[in-house]
Design a binder for this molecule. Structure first.
Ligand SMILES: [Fe+2]
Length: 304
């Protein structure tokens, strides 16, 4: 088998063939996939029926698994359905039953339907996310991806100059507040304290500039909240125009890998009475590289 990649849209996203993700990769295959990720930012691998262990082993070819002491969700450790190293993005509780419509974990998950970049609410956000489709509902549930490099490139010179030094504050509180879920405990609010990141970031390998946006971004340092929210909303609308978006229609056995440093994504609606079992592994990233010195020093300052 020879690994090859064909583009899925004119600007980004590719489909990889000629690889079995269940077996160890040779160094040439790892390099080909990493080069493909730097170019396409999203790669689709069809017909890869992975176990959790195989998914974790495949993920580790590309770096260290993301691991934080603080939670990125509201589900407690003892309520987890899956083992360590793999994140549950299903609509199932720990017993394998569909979550009730008024389960607060379900409310929290609904926030993933807003455009975001994984772990942008962390001091060091994620590199790749790898999502494996195990059980899928009969309609809906696409995952959509937006190319934040193409979105940056398409801005005019005035807009690029305006955002060069800007720094945003990201928190899960902002994305959950945006869908009306505000029922968080004082401990959760403390755990989800905002972090700062530059609005324009540079990819460590490709060197391409991109917009570092997410529904988690709820403030711009030095701006009033209403003006910041409106500007971030405008930028998000710009960045998620159809020409920058690939919509993935899932088949069982798909593995989709995306680079959070160059894309945003969102989950789409489905019948919540049907099972959707998708499982994610996540690679640790590196500190965000700012476009400007001003943004770098502002992002490094502790929050008041
Ligand atoms: Fe996500």
């Amino acid at each position: 088998m020879t690994l090859s990649i064909r583009p899925l849209t004119p600007v980004f996203a590719g489909e990889v063939t000629g690889i079995d993700c269940r077996r160890p990769l040779d160094p040439e295959e790892v390099t080909a996939i990493e080069d493909g990720m730097d170019r396409y930012a999203v790669l689709v691998f069809r017909e890869q029926p992975l176990t959790d262990e195989e998914q974790i082993a495949f993920t580790r070819h590309f770096g260290e698994l993301e691991s934080y002491g603080t939670p990125g969700h509201i589900r407690h450790h003892e309520e987890q359905r899956l083992g360590p190293g793999i994140n549950d993005f299903s609509n199932l509780d720990r017993h394998g039953n569909i979550m009730s419509a008024d389960d607060r974990v379900w409310f929290f998950k609904l926030g993933d339907r807003l455009w975001h970049s994984d772990s942008s609410f962390r001091p060091v956000p994620a590199k790749y996310s790898l999502l494996s489709g195990r059980v899928l509902p009969s309609w809906g549930a696409n995952t959509e991806f937006a190319d934040m490099r193409a979105a940056y490139d398409a801005l005019d010179a005035r807009a690029k100059a305006e955002i060069a030094d800007l720094v945003c504050e990201h928190s899960l509180l902002y994305s959950r507040e945006a869908i009306g879920f505000t029922g968080l405990t004082p401990e959760e609010i403390k755990a989800f304290a905002p972090v700062r990141h530059p609005l324009v970031r540079i990819h460590p390998k490709s060197g391409r500039k991109s917009l570092f946006l997410a529904a988690h971004a709820g403030a711009i340092v030095g701006w009033t909240i209403p003006e910041a929210r409106m500007f971030l909303r405008d930028l998000t609308e710009h960045a998620t125009q159809r020409e920058f978006v690939y919509s993935h229609k899932w088949r069982v056995g798909d593995l989709v890998v995306w680079d959070n440093r160059a894309t945003m994504h969102r989950a789409r609606r489905f019948d919540r009475n049907e099972v959707r079992d998708v499982r994610r592994t996540t690679l640790a990233g590196e500190p965000v590289i700012a476009l400007s010195t001003a943004a770098r020093s502002l992002a490094a300052q502790a929050l008041p």
